[in-house]
Design a protein around this ligand. Sequence first.
Ligand SMILES: [Zn+2]
Length: 267
Amino acid sequence: MSAITLSLIGYIVFKPKWREYQRKKIKSQPFPKSWRSILRKNVPYFYRMPAHLQLQLKQHILVFLAEKRFYGFEGIEINDEIRVTIASQACLLLLNRKTDYYPKLQSIYVYPAAFITNHQGVDAAGVLQSQHRVLSGESWELGKVILSWKDAHEGAKDYLDGQNVVIHEFAHQLDQETGAANGAPFLRHNNRDCWSKVLSDEFEKLRQQALKQEDSLLDHYGATNPAEFFAVASEVFFEQPQLMFSRHPQLYNQLKGFYQVSPSDWQ
Ligand SMILES: [Zn+2]
């Protein structure tokens, strides 16, 4: 066996162990006092969680911020307030389970407010069209999440309205870990058949409500496709858990199985 092959095998075998060791070291570092003040000021959600989950979340924030890069656009300067406020919401989705910290994600791009994207797509007639859209967040399969700071900040402060752009975009990241975003993330604790049945029934229900313009707990945007449904349902699961539990108990239980937490018990 050549030296190159041996080093390649060594790299493949030891890289995860090395990363695990590094993360353990990072988690044991003290959580900076100034970061605690940011949580107090911007993330009231943190204080509704039980103490052991607060501790776990702080450790996840330390790792997340050590591994991911933030970039500011349109004049916004990245500072700890932006990093900690966004990381604390993104890491909510990682509690209580083995996580690789959004392994595909490398960068978070932050705009001051809603931003315009230009995408090219083929329309129903097969013609290439340029689409301009105004967005508060976007999740890319190739390693980045784009966020409006205004929306990420307001979403953290108003934690009971069932709308949270950071939870939404990072739910897409979890979904994209499987390759395609289709509302079926890696299911470690759930029965996949049950998950598919409950989520597709609930998606269809929301689609009907959206068509008839009926009121619904989940935003009608979730009726766009199964990936958007999972992201929208994740926002409501964390921010309006009691309402979801009473109106959509099966959906709540599937998400509880997936996220390994039960926010309806937290307040
Ligand atoms: Zn989305």
